[in-house]
Design a protein around this ligand. Sequence first.
Ligand code: CA
Length: 228
Amino acid sequence: MGKTVLIVEDEQAIVEILKYNLQKEGYETLEALDGETGLQLAREQDPDLMLLDLMLPKMSGFDVCSTLRSEGSAIPILMLTAREEEADKVLGLESGADDYIVKPFSMRELMARVGAVLKRNGKKSTVLSYQYKELEIRPDSRTASISGKELILAPKEFDLLLELAKNPGTVMRRDKLLQDVWGYSYCGDGRTVDTHVKSVRDRLGPYRSMIQTVWGVGYKFDPDAVIR
Ligand code: CA
């Protein structure tokens, strides 16, 4: 079962984009639009991580966090703040947040923080990894390795490899990959995908043929491809 992330945020648009990105990475999500509901869900549902906005109706993120800590809850909390200056307070002892991220943040940065906080706190440590022959891809730590040797991958290269490897045997269209890896707002074209596929293949070395070109359409991850 995937890990559950509780989103406590009063801006519906931010909730939606967080939900979309978290679910895409395999997390289950819960949401609350105010502090009181967030606190209640944290107590009742015991999520693996809480994304907690600081400025919330009914009860501030700061109070939600310190209340949970005073009750002995060790739930990892990643605080969303609007200003860098709030960081000291957020990370202060009386609040007890594990980390913070300043708005506006990129989804890539947020997902990396989520992964890092969960890794540090490995409560329900069901590590999800994709293993194909000697190739192992770990979404939680955002690393890929061959025979235990870590591959050097740029963030988008990793995302692309993960997206392909999640869907073995499925033809992934270029436009779908662009959308899933680069996001809806990205103004690139199919060539962006092609150049990244080329560099991922270079990194894969002997396993390069696992990423197969489907002419005129896109790419397919084939774990059984012949190693040349
Ligand atoms: Ca807010």
